[in-house]
Design a protein around this ligand. Structure first.
Ligand SMILES: Cc1cc2nc3c(=O)[nH]c(=O)nc-3n(C[C@H](O)[C@H](O)[C@H](O)COP(=O)(O)OP(=O)(O)OC[C@H]3O[C@@H](n4cnc5c(N)ncnc54)[C@H](O)[C@@H]3O)c2cc1C
Length: 550
């Protein structure tokens, strides 16, 4: 950034304005395969600072068209969402005040780490049930703006179900409240003769005039983060117009979030878990269909490669359970160790979790499920209280294990989050893994939310291998073709970012992509916020920014 502009920026905001090399390198990464070096990192102190920053960029953009703002909370995104080559707006330093929990909701700032948020909600026996597997490292800003999901989303749905209100700075540099409106409130907004009124009028027109196109293109899956959520904004039956549904998951492309009100649910007292070991995937569809009607809270899975890895790095990994937990985990994992030595590891481990407040009922349900599974002759185990955490640890930590433990190779999340109808897993999953199997440069693990048909395939690659750069777009296109042909979505929860924005056209077609562009330009006509995400993605830009420094 030009030094005069930088000086002016420093005079404009009170917060930290950092442009030293170390900071810029630190902020050029998230958990994705990309590396994009920003020009400057700003840590705004308060709301006024954010407003001044947005107005600054809006004003200077005429002479400096590449200026933009990309919001960042904890930077654990897997899609390149918080990466940008201009100004990064970092929220974890000053927007991290203790959340206020009252009744059945909490008000939070974006920079609050989920682990701190949860500590406060649990004190009141409440939980935000859409926390992601990255719960110990991510923050609320990313959870809301990515529309994150997690192990409990099968029962509770994703983040969009819990965001009641968002406070955000929009492209005119002013702060607005975004919340569900009834017909009267909507009319008041539509009648406003200002920037905000214009947004409501144009979005209302867009979703009503294109109702059929939007409905025809609704992915028939249990969760979807691809594109802008145009399906849930306007509910004609209830008369509720709710722009939070559009905002949540928009990856900071419509503005910058200052705070959010998040709904919470009571924590259930009891939990029962069944672990099922599948020798192969031949009966997978049948088993999923069999289990889902029992109404589990979570239905998760991980493959033999993930399990091998967990066993290989067992001591470091189990350290997180403490000494006592480690001994218990060691005992619980003994059969898996034996299976590994005899070469008979299960192909897939499935965890089926039930919770409730009536322990007897819960045990009855688990017994019924086990009984009904008997004809399928599967190896099952009922995890006793202290074993449950161990299985969860493997599932939650599977990606982190790969990120941190494999020498010379790195995780390459690029087809990491597709969703298909769970009924189709048995036929579609092997087609997908076959595509990868043709590339020996990719070793990969599969884990995911099997109950929702949402899979995280994470290859581990050597980015120095020239074949990798060429193979990433080729494999993505082939896999997404299979997913889309089967009515699926390219992303269930990790979102589009730099990795999937360019596939939105393949998924939805030109007319829907044109609507996404219209949405972007209604909120952000001068492209101040988070360029190349959701709209305007470029495969060339993405592939030229593959990560080299680890
Ligand atoms: C080990 C691991 C496991 C993961 N497991 C899951 C999982 O189970 N489910 C899941 O959904 N994801 C998962 N993720 C991805 C990621 O952790 C989540 O999406 C998380 O919610 C991101 O939070 P963050 O605070 O790190 O966001 P960031 O990386 O900081 O940002 C994410 C996106 O939100 C935008 N954003 C951030 N703050 C703001 C703001 N104030 N205003 C506007 N936009 C903003 C950014 O621009 C970016 O586009 C995982 C990641 C890792 C590394």
């Amino acid at each position: 950034m030009q030094s005069t502009l930088l000086e002016e920026l420093r005079r404009t905001v009170e917060g930290d304005v950092l442009s030293d090399e170390k900071t810029l390198i630190d902020f050029s990464h998230d958990a994705s395969i990309f590396e994009v070096k920003p020009e400057v990192v700003v840590m705004p102190k308060d709301k006024e600072d954010v407003e001044k920053l947005v107005s600054f960029v809006a004003d200077k953009k005429k002479n400096h068209p590449t200026l933009s703002l990309t919001a960042r909370s904890a930077g654990t995104d897997m899609s390149g969402g918080p990466l940008g080559d201009s100004i990064i707006v970092e929220f974890s330093k000053y927007f991290s005040h203790k959340p206020e929990v009252k009744d059945d909701m909490a008000e939070t700032e974006p920079g609050v780490f989920y682990r701190d948020f949860e500590r406060e909600t649990l004190k009141k026996g409440l939980l935000f049930p859409s926390y992601p597997a990255s719960k110990s490292i991510c923050a609320m800003g990313g959870i809301v703006n990515n529309n994150s999901g997690g192990e409990k989303s099968l029962k509770y749905g994703k983040t969009q179900n819990y965001v009641r209100k968002v406070k955000a700075v929009l492209s005119d540099g002013k702060t607005y409240e975004i919340k569900p409106l009834d017909k009267k409130e909507l009319k008041e907004k539509l009648d406003q003769n200002n920037f905000e009124g214009g947004i409501y009028r144009k979005i209302f027109k867009l979703v009503t005039e294109n109702r059929e196109l939007i409905q025809e293109n609704k992915p028939t899956v249990l969760k979807n983060s691809a594109g802008y959520n145009l399906w849930d904004i306007w509910n004609e039956q209830t008369g509720i117009f709710d722009l939070t549904k559009l905002w949540v998951g928009a990856q900071g492309t419509l503005g910058v979030m200052l705070s959010a009100e998040i709904g919470l649910v009571p924590v259930n007292k009891y939990r029962e878990m069944i672990v099922i070991f599948l020798p192969d995937l031949s009966d997978l569809g049948k088993i999923i269909n069999h289990i889902l009607p029992f109404g589990p809270e979570s239905f998760e899975s991980y493959d033999d490669n993930t399990l091998k890895l967990a066993l290989r790095y067992f001591p470091e990994f189990a350290k997180q359970l403490g000494v006592f937990g480690m001994i218990q985990a060691g005992m619980a994992f003994l059969p898996a160790f034996l299976m590994m030595f005899t070469g008979r590891l299960p192909k897939l481990v499935m965890q089926v979790d039930f919770t409730g407040n009536d322990q007897k009922e819960l045990k009855k349900k688990v017994a019924e499920l086990l009984e009904s599974l008997k004809p399928l002759k599967l190896k099952t185990q009922v995890a006793v209280q202290d074993q449950e955490e161990k299985y969860w640890l493997v599932r939650r930590e599977s990606f982190n294990l790969l990120r941190n433990k494999i020498r010379d190779k790195h995780t390459a999340p690029f087809v990491d989050d597709f969703v298909i109808d769970p009924q189709k897993i048995q036929t579609v999953l092997p087609q997908i893994t076959d595509v990868l199997a043709k590339h020996p440069e990719f070793i990969f693990t599969v884990a995911g939310h099997v109950g929702e048909g949402n899979f995280h395939i994470i290859p581990i690659v050597d980015f120095g291998d020239k074949r990798v750069k060429a193979a990433i777009p080729k494999i993505s296109e082939q896999i997404y073709e299979i997913v889309i042909k089967n009515g699926g979505s390219t992303t269930g929860e990790h979102n589009d970012g730099l990795i999937r924005t360019t596939y939105l056209r393949q998924m939805y077609g030109k007319k829907m992509v044109d609507l996404f562009r219209e949405v972007k330009e209604i909120f952000d006509p001068h492209y101040i916020f988070n360029p190349r995400k959701k709209v305007g993605g470029s495969l060339e830009f993405s592939m030229n920014h593959l990560r080299h420094n680890w």
